[in-house]
Write a protein that binds this ligand. Structure first.
Ligand code: FES
Ligand code: MG
Length: 583
């Protein structure tokens, strides 16, 4: 059996949390029951049945979740078959594509939405429907704090893009062809046609971006049904997975299989291992630290650093890999195949939502294409996807994705070219008289959690047009921003502390020599400690971005990138959550 906790007594109907709303013979109970009847339900619908909240992040502005209206019905079908009572709760739809200044500003808002709506409603079990970048960690962070039996239902990747018979990958190919357009190598008409071909169906980005990374992580932690994260959004297997999740979560309520029994430190270590083997998005670091800390597992940058030296990249998916997309990964055996192949790199005794161990649920998984999911002795990269650098430029760390950059930049010294804001940088890179060479180190500051605000995905600074025309396609770029998981290049991200609060990035001047050595994990400004101290003493903090509203709350409480950017007051060690609703 998976765990000796498996033998925990099954719940009785009178033990259901929702019974506190619906069972009492008092005025409140009357109110709750009469309002269910107002919606057309009869006691047969709810008495003695687990209430399953389906947190649906569908919206008209979220193309990655475009199929969720129908999928919620499929989940309900499963819940009803298993003897549960499904209720659909709309949750904030954090759409990567449309939210300004950045979706990351709202990750914690969705996390709070999820936690509070689960706690406030008569709910016994939860299905989370997410997938577009921030929605996965946000929903899981909230559900972790609420701690009711929960299954995460991933949106699944969209179909491969297509343009003129060529496969297009979301994000990655947009950046790539944008540079070709800037260089004059493709036409306006080509570009317009690409707009209609790069995103062909509902589902999240089908490159190995943040969405594919975070849903794979959710599965590796054990919070999805086995195999769920690899299924393309519009495949009929996705519909069946949704109904299965609905059926399974009802049993989880009777078993009282709550997230704290699944989300242990070894489970998060598995998530890091899988992230590395997938050639993951750098965003995984921030989200996983935040989620793990909600679960009481103190995961930090060093855990990623250790895993990156131990775990090879096996998934040959763009942008880290050279060729394939998520649909290929699914047909090659998917995450189950990859996890089975990882063997003893994983803690196979971790429990999953299926009530079995990770080892058990992947035991029969096979791999059908060794070029898409590489063998351990023929990896895409022998070392992991991410490296954490430290030095006088980033005392609390910064991150690079060596697997997605030109190897000649893994050890580099060059003069800094500093931009104080995104608009300043954007104008400068289009200026053909800009004084810049391919050896320069482009620096963008005021792009961190507070400075951005919201730590936008500006970290893949465009190569100056002058250099693009000369054929340059990669340069060293440093910022306190994030970058899209679909981006690539020698981009050093998440510099902590950020420049907005006076981190050393705020003190760099154009012309300073910046040195990085990925093998040695170092990054430094080549100036003396005295000079750095003098600049720090003269530094003036910038004006705050917000004086009221959610942005103000965010500014008061968001933590730095190396701490996961969660709000300080939401961290588990801040204090116990409020008790169950009293009335
Ligand atoms: Fe939603 Fe990429 S835009 S996952
Ligand atoms: Mg993204």
């Amino acid at each position: 059996m998976a765990s000796n906790e498996q033998s925990a007594a099954r719940k009785r109907p009178e033990d259901l949390r929702s019974a506190r709303w619906f069972a009492p013979d008092d005025l409140r109970g009357f109110g709750h029951r009469s309002r269910l009847m107002q919606m057309g339900y009869s006691p047969q619908d709810w008495v003695g049945k687990p209430v399953i909240a389906i947190l649906n992040t569908w919206s008209d502005t979220n193309p990655c979740h475009g199929h969720f209206k129908q999928r919620a019905e499929d989940i309900k079908r499963g819940v009803l078959q298993a003897g549960g009572f499904p209720i659909e709760l709309p949750a904030l739809s954090v759409s990567e594509t449309f939210l300004k200044p950045t979706s990351m500003l709202y990750r914690n808002m969705l996390a709070m939405d999820a936690e509070e709506m689960i706690r406030a409603h008569p709910v016994d079990g939860v299905i989370l429907m997410g997938g577009c970048d921030k929605s996965t960690p946000a929903l899981l962070m909230g559900a972790t704090s609420a701690n009711l039996p929960t299954i995460f239902v991933p949106a699944g990747p969209m179909l491969r893009g297509n343009w003129h018979g060529k496969e297009l990958g979301s994000g990655s190919d947009a950046w790539k062809f944008w540079d070709e357009r800037r260089a004059g190598n493709i036409t306006q008409q080509d570009w317009n046609e690409m707009e209609g071909g790069i995103a062909r169906s509902a589902g999240h980005c089908m490159t190995l971006g943040t969405a594919s990374t975070m849903t794979a992580i959710a599965e590796a932690i054990g919070m999805t049904l086995s195999g769920a994260s690899s299924i393309p959004a519009t495949d009929s297997a996705h519909i069946r997975m949704c109904a299965n999740a609905g059926r399974r979560v009802v049993d989880m309520v009777w078993e009282d299989l709550v997230p704290t029994r699944i989300q242990t430190r070894p489970a998060f270590e598995n998530a890091i291992t899988v992230a590395m083997a997938m050639g993951c998005s750098t965003n995984a670091i921030i989200h996983l630290i935040a989620q793990a800390r909600r679960a009481g597992a103190d995961i930090g940058l060093d855990d990623f650093e250790k895993a990156s030296r131990r775990v090879p990249v096996l998934a040959n998916i763009r942008p880290s890999g050279d060729r394939y997309l998520m649909e290929d990964f699914y047909f090659a055996g998917g995450l189950r195949g990859l996890m089975n192949r990882l063997g003893d790199h994983l803690h196979r005794d971790c429990l999953t939502v299926e009530g079995k161990t990770l080892g058990e649920v992947v035991a029969d998984a096979k791999i059908y294409n060794d070029d898409v999911i590489r063998p351990l002795d023929n990896p895409v990269y022998a070392e992991g996807a991410l490296a954490v650098l430290r030095g006088n430029l980033a005392p609390d760390g910064c991150v690079i994705k060596p697997s997605a950059c030109d190897p000649r930049f893994l050890r580099h010294s060059g003069p800094a070219l500093v931009f104080d804001s995104y608009p300043e940088m954007k104008a400068a890179v289009e200026d053909d008289t800009l004084d810049v060479t391919a050896d320069h180190v482009l620096i963008l500051r005021n792009a961190g959690p507070l400075g951005g605000p919201g730590m936008p995905e500006w970290g893949m600074l465009p190569i100056p047009r002058k250099l693009v025309k000369q054929g340059v396609r990669d340069m060293v770029r440093i910022s306190d921003a994030r970058m899209s998981g679909t981006s690539y290049g020698a981009c050093i991200l998440h510099v902590a502390p950020e420049s907005h609060i006076g981190g050393p990035l705020a003190l760099v001047r154009t012309g300073d020599i910046i040195s990085l050595d990925v093998a040695a994990r170092t990054i430094n400004i080549e100036i003396t400690a005295e000079e750095l101290a003098a600049r720090r003493a003269a530094w003036q903090p910038p004006e705050p971005h917000y004086h009221r509203g959610y942005g103000w709350i965010y500014s008061q409480h968001v933590q730095q990138a190396n701490e996961g950017c969660d709000f300080d007051f939401l961290r588990t060690e801040f204090g116990p959550a409020a008790g169950e609703p009293a009335i």
